[in-house]
Design a protein around this ligand. Structure first.
Ligand code: GLA
Length: 744
């Protein structure tokens, strides 16, 4: 959690103790705070970029201690009844804290973003101090020069004579003006991630949290969009986005009290995590990334996507390969010949990468099902007599890259690792460990530096021995099931959750320092780790273990609010689907997967010739549109959550010279009626030629090859037939379209 920011402070612009209104801006956003030496730091404004004259005319904020709008209220001295961002027990037992402005600095920054990219911006550092105690709290607000994002975080240093205990330590607090504010947020569970919920903010508290310990995106997600003027619209309306960037337990509290504001607090979940800060130690919180837009929910998504591709996602500027993953095709039934066949099949369809999933390892205990062997990362020579060398040779022969699955933070009680290091697992003192997946899975204690070394060595051994491994799928399939670190002292057991994630980030950083190029997928029982603390070390994440195309329309819709398509692994799988047992048309499965990072998760040898043909065409078509999908701007057009059985979205290239439009029918009824979907994001003046991709119809669409202005397409859209014009025996109840638009 403690981030080392390679700061090169190029200019110290100002340092003042008397100024009141302090402004920080991105290209289109401005944040204004009221900083007054000896007063609490207060919020003045966050929204559209302010002109110098409007900024100057903003009313003078009040500075009386009892007024509201604090941006980091601390518990106990002046705030006892309202929600607070910070609370501690001082060394002398005092539970009250008062955080008043000492001074502030605004500096230009030019440093490395978490994903290694160079970035520039401006940082406001506010130093707060309690008049009674020597401790220092810093609030940081960092604005980017080229994307509309302001990141905020906090650190606290104990300067008292003895250890203090932090009981609440949010990263940030943002007041949001009452009006008709809706919070759009995402809840879910395994195989049903990122379900959109939109609710009006009313008096009282809305709390969003996760206490899984590891997979903090499986259930509620830590990102919220606030639509300021009613239920959010996709392409118009004022929206504030707030994304907490943490990989562990978090809590978001949105408090609507008896004033004119809602108060958004976000940070590490303090439940069972009180933090003992020794004399001289500093705790740094995770960041929160804020954006503001007039362009609706999709506009806020575009801001996050641009920021993510540039600064948060590993290799966010490099196109992703089209892959076949072995999991749903063969599950644990891994063998040399089978892998070779799958590589040959994906290569013949135009794929670029093959990923061998679970089941390849274990010597004393072969990994034939999920009840053993995690931790024993040696090739099972009974299944793969020629080892990874043989697989890499076959990959080369077939002309595809090779990737491999690992679950490095875990073990099973049936494993050589557990036999050798029973003290490496998380376990409540004096109790038997609670066991997870397969009835034997346990979590390794990443608070322990020896475990950190071990986890690093799993990746290091693979990549140093086999530098041609191009891709790693890093999985994590268990929560913290009982509370106890065998490494941490008995006094610091409450540090477990925080120390685990510090350990995890340290390992990830070590891996990236040594292996900057390898592609790594972040997976945790599906989409359990879609978060911006880990993504700087990962290239993408597995959206969900549910590959059913219909449910994916909903999950990918929700996931797209904060995460770009380039990071959303989306695979074509078999029917009946292995999670929902639904049978969808093969084309529908292709069309849905093609709106994210396309891959396959199927046994190709069981595909019909027709499916292979459509799959091959889809892969060829995806290669044409890949730059638009993976680097373009997203416009969500018609939500599947509207409940009228239709969903539509599109991507537009940055230059607005290319676009891809997707249309999905979600249910079939005779004589049903759908709205005609207007496009968005095009250049009204330009003329676009329309081509249908993945076409299965006997006759082309009436506008195939025809040209329309962006103006027309955005004002009217195009009629999309509700069913496919195919021979009688091929008819089914699914319909979907992908249209490619190229400017003349
Ligand atoms: C998890 C992942 C799946 C697959 C299995 C393997 O469930 O989400 O994609 O890798 O583990 O055991």
């Amino acid at each position: 959690m403690k981030k080392t920011l390679l700061l090169s402070l190029s200019a110290l612009l100002c340092l003042t103790a008397n100024a009141e209104k302090v402004e920080l801006s991105t290209p289109h956003n401005t944040l204004v705070l009221d900083l007054w030496k000896g007063g609490e730091p207060k919020f003045v404004y966050y929204g559209e970029k302010l002109s110098t004259s409007d900024l100057a005319s903003l009313p003078e904020p009040t500075n009386a201690n009892w007024s509201h709008l604090e941006i980091y209220p601390a518990y106990g001295a002046t705030h006892t009844q309202s929600e607070t961002a910070f609370a501690m027990r001082h060394a002398d037992g005092n539970l009250s804290t008062q955080l008043l402005v000492e001074n502030w600095t605004k500096t230009s920054i030019s440093d490395k973003a978490p994903n290694g990219a160079n970035r520039t911006g401006e940082r406001l550092t506010i130093t707060l101090k309690d008049p009674l105690y020597p401790n220092i709290v810093h609030l940081y607000y960092q604005a980017y020069n080229d994307v509309d994002m302001i990141e905020c975080w906090t650190d606290v240093t104990n300067s008292e004579k003895a250890t203090v205990t932090l009981t609440q330590f949010y990263s940030s607090c943002l007041p949001i003006r009452r009006g008709n504010v809706y919070a759009h947020h995402f809840h879910g569970s395994w195989a049903s991630e990122a379900q959109l919920t939109a609710e009006p903010l009313n008096n009282g508290i809305l709390e969003i949290k996760n206490k899984d310990g590891l997979r903090n995106a499986t259930t509620d997600r830590q990102e919220v969009m606030f639509s300021l003027d009613g239920y959010g619209r996709e392409n118009e309306g004022d929206v504030i986005g707030a994304a907490l960037m943490y990989s562990g337990n978090y809590r978001i509290t949105i408090d609507t009290d008896d004033t004119e504001y809602h108060y958004y607090f976000a940070g590490i979940n303090p439940d069972n995590s009180e933090y003992h800060l020794k004399k001289g130690e500093t705790l740094t919180t995770p960041h929160v990334a804020y954006t503001f837009t007039h362009e609706g929910l999709s506009g806020a998504s575009r801001n996050y996507h641009r920021w993510a591709r540039k600064y948060q996602l590993r290799h966010g500027d490099q196109a992703r390969d089209i892959l076949l993953n072995s999991w749903e095709g063969v599950y644990f039934d891994i063998n040399q010949q089978g892998m070779d066949q799958m590589m040959a099949d994906i290569a013949s369809m135009g794929g670029e990468l093959f990923v061998m999933d679970d089941g390849w390892f274990g010597d004393k205990y072969p990994r034939n099902t999920d009840n053993s062997s995690l931790g024993d990362w040696v090739v099972d020579k009974r299944k793969l007599p020629e080892g990874i060398e043989g697989l890499l040779r076959d990959a080369k022969k077939n002309g595809v890259k090779f990737g491999i699955w690992i679950e490095p933070e875990m073990s099973n009680t049936t494993s050589e690792l557990y036999e050798q290091h029973p003290d490496w697992i998380l376990k409540a003192p004096g109790r038997e460990p609670v066991l997870g997946r397969g009835g034997t899975q346990v979590v390794l204690d990443l608070a322990n530096p020896k475990v950190q070394d071990f986890v690093f060595s799993i990746v290091d051994n693979l990549l140093s021995k086999y530098p041609n491994i191009a891709y790693i799928k890093w999985d994590a399939n268990a929560p913290v099931m009982n509370h106890g670190s065998q490494y941490l002292s008995k006094e610091d057991q409450s540090h477990l959750y925080i120390a685990y994630h510090e350990g995890l980030i340290k390992v990830c950083q070590r891996i990236r320092d040594k292996y900057p190029d390898v592609v790594i997928q972040d997976c945790a029982s599906g989409g359990g780790r879609a978060n911006y603390a880990l993504l700087p070390y990962f290239d993408e994440f597995w959206v969900s273990d549910d590959t059913d195309a219909l449910q994916r329309v909903f999950m990918q819709w929700g996931t797209s609010y904060f995460f770009p398509a380039i990071a959303m692994a989306s695979h074509i799988s078999a029917t009946p689907n292995h999670q929902t047992f639904r049978t969808t048309a093969f084309k529908f499965r292709c069309d849905v997967a093609m709106s994210g990072r396309l891959g396959m998760e199927i046994q190709p040898k069981n595909m019909t010739d027709e499916e292979k043909m459509i799959g091959k065409q889809a892969i060829a078509d995806y290669k044409r549109i890949r730059p638009v999908v993976q680097f373009g701007d997203l416009y969500r057009l018609h939500s599947p959550y509207e409940g009228d059985n239709l969903a539509s979205l599109m991507y537009v290239s940055e230059l607005k010279d290319k676009a891809v439009f997707y249309w999905y029918k979600l249910e079939t009824f005779v004589n049903q009626h759908f709205p005609r979907i207007k496009m968005a994001g095009l250049d009204p003046q330009r003329r676009y030629v329309v081509h249908e991709l993945n076409r299965i119809d006997n006759q082309p669409l009436p506008y195939e090859g025809k040209t329309f202005t962006g103006q027309y397409l955005m004002a009217n859209g195009l009629e999309v037939p509700y069913s496919h014009d195919v021979d009688y025996h091929k008819k089914n109840d699914w319909a979907s379209r992908v249209l490619y638009l190229e400017a003349e």
